[in-house]
Each structure stands twice: as structure tokens, then as C-alpha cells.
Design a protein around this ligand. Structure first.
Ligand code: NAD
Length: 244
């Protein structure tokens, strides 16, 4: 089934493509993934840097950590995988991207209609007023809102709940998809990991791209082992898309 599907695969046969991405797509930008060898949270204790409790205890320390992350990510470039998704989105404008990443790489590659499930390193939020604004400063000129409250990164930290509106938007988007392509996620962080399952239960055509097998690999029409950029390039090149 998988090999016939792969041989006949053509992006042009689909109109509401959804890419669901995780840390693996940005690994090719040089940004460490979450789990596994070199995994980010194997090196840092989230209880010190990435939860509301840590922020309440020492907001300056948490901001210093996030400013270092901003600096690191700003020195990385979008990877081939991010760029190919943007290319497909230009050719097929109903294509949507749902990402668990907070690094802003999809936007930097030019993607639009992006749903960031876990927030963004490049936005700040006032916990008192709820206002959210884009902010690309490194270091931040001020870490406080005009109301005097410490601004916090607009990121879903450990122990935070997902924003309900964003989650509902992601669910509505995946329920309309006619093709799901899941890239570089271990699919173990919930509730985000539920989202591709909603499409898989509808039995729409689906492709997983990952270096390793995951717990949900067998649920996909086609599960490709290898890098995000290399496999997306293969799928694009065998499709009858116009050359851009
Ligand atoms: P994860 O670290 O749990 O899993 C990464 C997956 O990517 C693994 O299954 C791995 O095999 C695969 N992978 C690694 N390199 C790959 C490549 N070149 N091509 C294809 N696949 C590759 O990450 P996750 O599933 O995204 O969940 C982790 C959570 O941590 C997310 O919630 C995310 O918000 C956060 N996170 C974000 C970033 C980022 O913004 N870049 C980085 C680390 C973690």
C-alpha cells in the first residue's frame, strides 16, 4: 500500500494540505530537538527556566535564558524543509502549517497561515493585561509592560495549558485537510500529538517524515525514514507542480 502510494504521489492531487511540524524540521537549521541525543531538555532543567513557577521565582533569570535562545535561533537559517513547505504553499494557497515549534523558522522561510501551538519565542505577553506583541529585540530593552508587570515570553511552557482558541483552530484546520504530512515530531507531547491523530482517524492520505520510527508511524499511509529536507524534496520533485 505504502509503496504504491509513494510511487503515485503528487502534491497536485491535493487541495487542502496540512503540514504538522515538530523540532525535527528545525534540526536541519541547527536547532536542537527536544528529546534524544543532544536534546535540549536533557541539558537544561525546565523547572529552572521554562515554567511559570520558575518565572514567578526569578523572572530575570528566565528572561536571560530566553534571550540566549533568541540569540542562538536568530543566528540559524530556515532549513530546506521550511523552504519547500513555503514553496508548496505558494503553489497551493489552501495549504496550512501547524507547528509545535516556537523558533519562528516557518515565518522566516515565508510561510503564512501558520498555527503555532506552543507559542513563539518572538512574542511577549503581559500576564496581567493579556496583551501580546511581537518583539525581536536581543536583549529586550525592557522586560516590563507599561502597567509595571513583568512581560513573559508568549510560549506554552511546561505545566501551561494550550491556548484554547489556537487549539480549536488547529482542530478545525486538520478536520478539513485532504492530505496530512507530519514532519519531525516524536508525537509524544500532548495535547499537540492528538492533532494529527484526528486526521489519521478520518483515514485521509497521510505521510510521516522522521529519522526514526515513532509510536504512530504505522497509522500513516506512508512513513518515510530520513531527513525532513531530503524527503520533502523527493516528494516535491516527483510531483507535477509548476517550476517556481
Ligand atoms: P522531539 O524532540 O520530541 O522529537 C523530534 C523528532 O524529530 C524525533 O522524532 C526525531 O527522530 C525527529 N528528527 C530529528 N531530526 C530530524 C530530521 N532532520 N528530519 C526529520 N526528523 C527528524 O520534538 P517534538 O515532537 O517537536 O516535541 C517537542 C516539543 O518541544 C514541542 O512541543 C516543541 O514546542 C518544543 N521544541 C521546539 C523547538 C523549536 O522551536 N525548534 C526545539 C525543541 C523543542
Amino acid at each position: 500500500m505504502g509503496s504504491t502510494f509513494q510511487a503515485n504521489f503528487d502534491f497536485n492531487d491535493y487541495h487542502r494540505i496540512v503540514f504538522f511540524t515538530g523540532a525535527g524540521i528545525s534540526a536541519e537549521s541547527g536547532i536542537p530537538t527536544y528529546r534524544g541525543k543532544g536534546g535540549f531538555w536533557n541539558q537544561y532543567d525546565y523547572e529552572e527556566y521554562a515554567c511559570q513557577r520558575a518565572f514567578d521565582r526569578d523572572p530575570e533569570k528566565v528572561w536571560e535564558f530566553h534571550e540566549q535562545r533568541r540569540k542562538f535561533v536568530s543566528e540559524c537559517e530556515p532549513a530546506p524543509g521550511h523552504r519547500i513547505i513555503t514553496e508548496i504553499q505558494h503553489l497551493k494557497p489552501a495549504t496550512r502549517v501547524i507547528t509545535q515549534n516556537i523558533d519562528g523558522m516557518h515565518q522566516r522561510a515565508g510561510s503564512v497561515h501558520l498555527i503555532e501551538l506552543h507559542g513563539s519565542l518572538w512574542r511577549v505577553r503581559c500576564p496581567r493585561e493579556g496583551t501580546i506583541s511581537e518583539n525581536f529585540e536581543i536583549p529586550l530593552r525592557t522586560r516590563r509592560c507599561t502597567c509595571g508587570e513583568y512581560l513573559r515570553p508568549d510560549i506554552v511552557w511546561f505545566e501551561d495549558a494550550l491556548d484554547e482558541e489556537i487549539l480549536n483552530k488547529a482542530i478545525a484546520t486538520i478536520l478539513k485537510a485532504d492530505l496530512l504530512i507530519t514532519i519531525g515530531t516524536s508525537a509524544t507531547v500532548f495535547p499537540a500529538a492528538e492533532i494529527p491523530l484526528l486526521a489519521l482517524r478520518r483515514r485521509i492520505p497521510s505521510i510521516e517524515i522522521n529519522l526514526e520510527e515513532t509510536e504512530t508511524s504505522r497509522l500513516y499511509t506512508l512513513s518515510l525514514r530520513g531527513s525532513a529536507g531530503q524527503n520533502l524534496r523527493l516528494l516535491r520533485d516527483q510531483s507535477s507542480l509548476p517550476i517556481v
